[in-house]
Design a protein around this ligand. Structure first.
Ligand SMILES: [Zn+2]
Length: 106
């Protein structure tokens, strides 16, 4: 119905890298290869389709490469030479406060 608002998996800021790497999900703690991260579309309360790159583990709600799903290699940089750096400090690294007001401009 609402094709114009459909999110494009390849245009999502949290898409996995083109070259698969080993990643770990902060929610379930599993390690796996980034190509296993799944694109899922959901419909929110307004009937708007929302797509997310999601952890492939059944029942896990980890979403987004670089957000809930992180490279296991702390030195990882993507092909652009940079990567979203959410962990400037080691101590604030626990899970539970995943909602931190992302402000990505498309
Ligand atoms: Zn997970």
């Amino acid at each position: 119905m609402d094709e114009s608002r459909r999110r494009d998996p390849d245009d999502d800021p949290f898409r996995p890298p083109e070259v698969p790497i080993e990643v770990q999900c902060l929610h379930c703690g599993r390690d796996y290869d980034s190509y296993l991260i799944e694109w899922r579309e959901e419909v929110d309360a307004d009937g708007k389709a929302m797509g997310f790159w999601c952890c492939p583990t059944p029942g896990c709600d980890g979403k987004g490469f670089g957000f809930d799903i992180l490279p296991t290699d702390p030195e990882y940089r993507d092909e652009h030479g940079g990567w979203v750096d959410f962990e400037g400090d080691e101590e604030g690294n626990g899970e539970g406060n995943g909602e931190m007001g992302l402000e990505f401009e498309p």
